[in-house]
Ligand binder design. Structure first.
Ligand code: OAD
Length: 249
């Protein structure tokens, strides 16, 4: 892996960050790629290779075959549990400690930001470690993981499901409101590891830009956001973000 200092950071961006009081970050699956967790645009691996996430992460897929959806998330929970935060996650946690106000908005459900030390967070799409009743929506702390079949709600008997946002579902209102407020108020928005194609998350960088924020894209590939960003740091988050932290030291 190349040294962080090998990543050129525009001095104007460094100056803007040095003077900023409120910085926000929006992350996607790309920041967990270097932790070994496949992004949505990567092909699925192993047993689940033949499935497209869009065929599994939907209410209709769960209604049609709750066991298959439950098993897919159990497999993903195991992969996440055995993954470790990478230098990109840790760099964002370091940045949070550097600014008077810092909000991390993530589309990821893997919990790696929290494990890296990020605290002031918005989970737009939920968290795979949490499980809720598919009827009442209440989070269930513990469930019978060794029993056969899909566990059921201890109160109403409906199937339990992962506490994540599925395709066709609305995002948690409070999370979205907090994210939109952060996008409008921040001075710099770091957009890391997202294809910037899935709304409403993908609208946040435009909101930030419209309110005068400096928008920075961190991604090894171009996205629809690239030509709208004020700075594009073309590289993997695990190299670029530590370089950004080093440039501020
Ligand atoms: P995607 O899989 O759509 O995009 C991943 C992005 O990460 C791509 O732009 C890659 O170029 C980039 N990338 C890959 N490796 C990287 C690295 N090492 N460092 C930085 N970037 C890297 O994932 P998301 O944009 O997160 O929604 O997808 C957004 C949403 O689409 C997901 O939250 C999910 C999916 O539908 C729901 O589940 C509701």
């Amino acid at each position: 892996m190349s040294e962080p200092s090998a990543v050129p950071i525009d001095p104007k961006l460094v100056a803007a960050l040095r003077g900023a009081k409120f910085v926000a970050a929006l992350t996607g699956a790309g920041i967990s790629a270097e932790s070994g967790i496949a992004t949505f645009r990567d092909a699925q691996t192993g047993l689940w290779a033949r499935f497209d996430p869009r065929e599994l992460a939907t209410p209709s897929a769960f209604a049609r075959n709750p066991q298959r959806v439950w098993d897919w998330y159990a497999w993903r929970r195991e992969r996440v549990a055995s993954a470790e935060p990478n230098p990109g996650h840790r760099a964002l946690a370091a940045l949070e400690r550097r600014f008077p106000e810092f909000v991390l908005i993530t589309q990821n459900v893997d919990g790696l930001h929290q494990r890296a030390g990020s605290r002031n967070m918005v989970e737009l799409h939920g968290n795979i470690a949490r499980v809720k009743c598919s009827r009442e929506g209440t989070v269930v702390a513990r469930w019978d993981a060794c029993g056969e079949g899909v566990p059921r709600c201890p109160r109403c008997g409906a199937y339990l499901r992962p506490d994540v946002v599925w395709f066709e579902e609305m995002l948690p209102e409070d999370a979205l409101a907090t994210a939109e407020d952060a996008a409008r108020r921040c001075e710099v928005l770091l957009v890391v590891g997202t294809s910037a194609e899935v709304y409403p998350a993908a609208a946040l960088p435009e909101s930030a830009r419209a309110c005068g924020a400096i928008v920075v894209e961190v991604n090894p590939e171009a996205t629809p956001l690239s030509e709208r960003a004020h700075h594009v740091l073309r590289g993997p988050a695990g190299v670029v973000l530590p370089a950004l932290v080093s440039a501020l030291d």
